[in-house]
Design a protein around this ligand. Structure first.
Ligand SMILES: Cc1cc2nc3c(=O)[nH]c(=O)nc-3n(C[C@H](O)[C@H](O)[C@H](O)COP(=O)(O)OP(=O)(O)OC[C@H]3O[C@@H](n4cnc5c(N)ncnc54)[C@H](O)[C@@H]3O)c2cc1C
Length: 392
């Protein structure tokens, strides 16, 4: 098989890149380890920044997002049993977010891909990349029981944190920056009508909690827990009881309960590899960087990367101009590090750390009081939460 760009991974990064390149007439093949159902049902991110919304619109895949997504103009920070609203739109010059599940974005992108007729190889095994430092790289895999070789001009490593692309770069070519947090998130998806229109981030003495939603009928809730937490020790009753404790307010607001459809534990990590390129291989999304989910940045960063990569590849094929390809890693990393700082900062402000002292608790409270009472403080939360404009 011969193509211009071989894309590894059919998450949001790989699928969107494939679609943006298709619209510019650039041939590409997507290779995915799992089946279609797995890709479409994996519950993960849910907050789309303005730049992500604009990019999906420009790619012609935003129609259902506008119909079914929930536009939000604020979030709430809860501490000392009170909710404090941050007006995202007023504090960010009119920008906003839309709550629309990552798996819904993936469904829309897969449907668009299937319509193009371009190859999307699900359930590919033994995926490997070759000759990345030459001008004729290739990808091999096994698909439908047959060995496949894809010769290409470029490889896009969109295969997430545990993929094979980043490890294929020689160790000496990479610098890794890593931080593992001493806690995780226990997340549930419940068939319960959201009891508030906006997301609520809570700092409680038992630990962080987050109230969010995926639709008018589905609530998504998280609790800070131990990194090695055994999910079997959390009965539904225990989960609801702890959620009520951490999210309780003096004004009587409560989360609505309902049947729990899914539960799981997500470890928390910050990670960046530099550069995001080696020879003809370009990394995008979680394959190059991870953020703790507190700032809702992971999928949005993946979209920002592939937007940049598609523009660079289009400039290469349309006018033989490689300036953007050469600048790809540096350009993306500026945004990545902004998001790394924001996600780390929000995580630090809202979670209980094992080494917390009464002094640190008071400092946290003071910071929360500042960002919810000062316009300058609120602007820092808002401007980063809705996402800084994409550096086109
Ligand atoms: C539980 C959870 C909650 C999250 N919540 C949020 C949130 O609220 N907001 C937010 O912005 N972000 C959140 N994130 C992060 C967000 O989901 C990711 O940043 C996003 O999925 C990145 O997209 P991606 O396409 O780069 O990688 P992925 O979505 O990981 O996609 C990579 C794809 O590559 C495939 N793949 C892997 N290895 C191979 C291989 N060898 N060969 C072929 N294919 C391969 C995988 O199967 C996968 O389909 C969350 C993550 C988790 C785990």
């Amino acid at each position: 098989m011969r193509t211009q760009v071989a894309i590894i991974g059919a998450g949001p990064a790989g699928l969107l890149l494939g679609h943006l390149l298709h619209r510019a007439g650039i041939d590409n093949v997507i290779v995915e380890r799992h089946d279609r159902r797995y890709a479409e049902e994996r519950i993960r991110a849910g907050v789309l920044e303005q730049g992500t919304i604009d990019t999906l619109d420009e790619a012609g895949v935003g129609e259902r997002m506008h119909r079914e997504g929930l536009p939000h103009e604020g979030i709430e920070l809860l501490f000392d049993r009170k909710r404090h609203r941050i007006d995202l739109t007023a504090l960010s010059g009119g920008r906003a977010i839309v709550v629309y599940g990552q798996h819904e974005v993936v469904k829309d992108l897969i449907a668009a891909r299937v319509e193009t007729g371009r190859p999307l190889l699900f359930e590919a095994s033994d995926v490997a990349v070759h000759d990345l430092d030459s001008d004729h790289p290739s990808v091999t895999c096994v698909h439908d029981g047959a060995a496949v070789k894809i010769e290409c001009d470029y490889v896009a490593g969109c295969d997430g944190f545990h993929g094979i692309c980043r490890p294929a770069m020689p160790a000496g070519a990479l610098k890794v920056f890593d931080r593992i947090y001493p806690f995780a998130w226990l997340g549930i998806l419940a068939e319960a009508r959201p009891s508030s229109h906006e997301l609520v981030y809570a700092n409680h003495e038992n630990g962080f909690a987050l109230f969010s939603m995926r639709s008018e009928k589905i609530t998504r809730l998280y609790l800070q827990c131990e990194p090695e937490e055994d999910i079997n020790e959390w009965s539904d009753d225990r989960i609801w009881s702890e959620l009520h404790t951490r999210l309780e307010t003096d004004d009587g607001w409560k989360v609505n309960e309902g049947p729990i459809m899914q539960k799981g534990v997500t470890p928390m990590r910050s990670f960046v590899c530099e550069p995001m390129q080696y020879g003809r291989l370009f990394l995008a999304g979680d394959s190059a960087h991870i953020v703790p989910p507190t700032g809702a940045k992971g999928m949005n960063l993946a979209v920002a990367d592939v937007r940049m990569l598609s523009k660079a590849l289009i400039a290469h094929y349309a006018s033989n101009d490689d300036t953007r390809l050469a600048a790809y890693s540096d350009t993306c990393l500026k945004r990545v590090w902004r998001a790394e700082h924001y996600s780390w900062w929000m995580t630090s402000m809202l979670h209980r750390f094992p080494e917390s002292t009464p002094f640190m608790d008071r400092v946290q409270r003071s910071e929360l009081a500042y960002v919810t009472s000062s316009e300058a403080g609120g602007r820092v939360v808002a401007e980063n939460y809705v996402g800084l404009p994409f550096a086109d």
